[in-house]
Design a protein around this ligand. Structure first.
Ligand code: NDP
Length: 499
């Protein structure tokens, strides 16, 4: 009998996945398996093959063959677009299944996972449009004898390394754009959240994607991820994860100077002015740190609030956080689920302990929540935080918010910029001049005014400073996966060089 938790059941036994190369599910055979336990329930849910470097080579060869013979890269863009549109349809029809496995492996609330899958379908639809509108440029101003063209070509074989916090969403912020550009893919999901990346392989095949265009090699980051960044036959790697591993990707990519797209860490400010709609801002700030248990590269983890309202605002946010429903990820009413990995759980609790030791004032939360099994942490708010404290500087990647008061716009901007990161920022004010000034002067790749964490396929993602290189999604997202070729065309006859 299935064990009933919330409104959905846990699987009787873990589901075994194969990896995916050249249009085929590959059985793990003699390879070892990684057994994933649901972080919310601590029961085994999936078994994922631990692939080898040889498996990676096989996948890269398949992706290379598929790229070079033009089965995808040289077909009319409308045909690529049609595959992406069919994929979106199938994805919507399998949304419940995708959300279920995402929740079991990641620990996020099932209703959130479901909304993310819907968002992913939208990514495929938008990228289908981009496939058809991608174009180059023409220079008709070079004189009678010369015509110039600038064309965009797919960059080639792309290695895609994705993390565990949004396994399917981050995948789908990249895959449709890479495919729309005409590239082929070897994907490596995080070892702990591989299921939905493998399910996407089935979906893309059913949608008509030719064999070899989307391959998935599962396994650990230190083996498969590292080998991908070093691989001489991969033309570009898109990596999303920690800044420290991003730095290793930069070193490893030097072998063939492959292009890198990097979306790395963040320590993102939420700037709240006294003239803001404080109720609304408090709700937004609570959402910004609570969403996905704060395991979000764009979490608003630093609350920079105007001193005159700091105390009132802190109370408002604490009241909101206390009302958020933390609990079983499979319960549709849950808003904050489980912490995804044991290591991450320890990291977050260590930072909470450090905040207390360093003299920050605990306003709410402050530790683990005991539901009998799984890892859960109460949304935590610290007041009296200084810029020297670790909780104000390091990316904690958990539901821990550090409050720091400011006096005046310039100080707010200086505090917001006082970080090595530059991924995202929010500002809350009813004054348009303040909103625009702050938006212009804070160095971050994504900005929200009187809202937070808004997204979608149209606007690009990516960071300033140590938050990364390049952009994903939007029209910029497809362009990243192309290279530019300049073509000079002689009209008539060249002026001879040899006389
Ligand atoms: P990592 O940066 O280690 O993991 C991200 C991805 O990189 C995973 O697929 C991982 O595989 C892979 N990877 C690991 N080592 C290598 C390597 N040497 N070369 C290439 N790929 C590699 O993040 P962690 O899981 O260790 O999390 C640590 C911290 O990173 C978090 O606390 C958070 O601060 C930050 N982080 C940021 C994310 C973001 O969205 N910007 C996402 C995740 C983490 P595998 O998981 O199989 O080892």
């Amino acid at each position: 009998m299935d064990q009933v938790v919330g409104r959905q059941s846990l699987p009787d036994s873990p589901r075994t996945f194969g990896f995916f190369v050249d249009g085929k599910r590959m059985e793990a055979g003699e390879r070892a398996y990684f057994e994933r336990r649901s972080p919310g329930h601590d029961v085994p849910v999936t078994r994922i093959p631990k692939c080898t470097r040889e498996d990676l080579d096989l996948a890269v060869k398949a992706a290379r063959r598929a790229f070079e013979d033009g089965r995808w890269s040289r077909i009319p863009a409308v045909e690529r677009a049609n595959v992406l549109l069919r994929a979106a349809q199938i994805l919507r029809s399998r949304a419940a299944e995708l959300a279920y496995w995402e929740t079991l492996e990641n620990g996020k609330p099932i209703s959130q996972a479901r909304a993310e899958v819907d968002g992913c379908a939208g990514m495929f639809e938008y990228a289908a449009g981009l496939a058809r509108t991608l174009h180059g440029d023409a220079f008709n101003n070079l004189g009678d004898g010369m015509f110039g063209l600038v064309t965009r070509e797919p960059i080639g074989v792309v290695g895609l390394i994705t993390p565990w916090n949004f396994p399917f969403l981050i995948l789908c912020e990249r895959v449709p754009y890479i495919l729309a550009a005409g590239c082929t893919i070897v994907a490596k999901p995080s070892e702990v959240t591989s299921a939905t990346t493998l399910l996407l392989a089935e979906i893309l095949s059913e949608a008509g994607l030719p064999d070899g265009c989307y391959n998935v090699v599962t396994g650990s980051g230190s083996v498969i991820g590292q080998a991908m960044t070093e691989h001489l036959d991969i033309d570009m790697v898109s990596f999303t994860g920690s800044t420290s591993v991003g730095r290793r990707c930069v070193e490893a990519a030097g072998g063939n100077f492959k292009k890198l797209g990097l979306e790395l860490g963040g320590k993102n400010p939420q700037i709240v002015f006294a003239d803001a709609d404080l109720e609304d801002a408090a709700d937004g700030v609570a959402f910004g740190i609570g969403f996905n248990t704060g395991q979000c590269c764009v979490s608003g983890s630093r609350l920079i609030v105007e001193r005159s309202v700091a105390s009132e605002f802190e109370k408002l946010v604490a009241a909101k956080l206390a009302k958020v429903k933390v609990g079983d990820p499979l319960d549709p009413s849950t808003q904050i689920g489980a912490i995804t990995t044991t290591a991450q759980n320890t990291t977050i609790l260590d930072y909470i302990a450090r905040g207390k030791e360093e003299g920050a004032r605990l306003v709410c939360g402050g530790g683990a929540l005991d539901f009998g099994r799984g890892h859960y942490i109460a949304p935590t708010l610290f007041g009296d935080v200084t810029s020297a404290m670790a909780i104000s500087r390091d990316e904690i990647f958990g539901p821990v918010l550090a409050v720091m008061p400011f006096d005046g716009e310039d100080e707010a901007i200086a505090m917001a910029n006082d970080t090595v990161y530059g991924l995202a920022a929010s500002v809350w004010t009813k004054n348009i001049d303040k909103a625009l000034n702050v938006t212009r002067r804070v160095r971050a790749g994504r900005f929200w005014v009187n809202t937070t964490l808004a997204g979608g396929p149209e606007l690009p993602l990516g960071g300033f400073k140590q938050s990364g290189w390049g952009r994903e999604a939007g029209s910029y997202g497809i362009e990243e996966y192309t290279q530019i070729k300049s073509v000079h065309i002689e009209i008539g006859k060249r002026e001879p060089w040899v006389r």
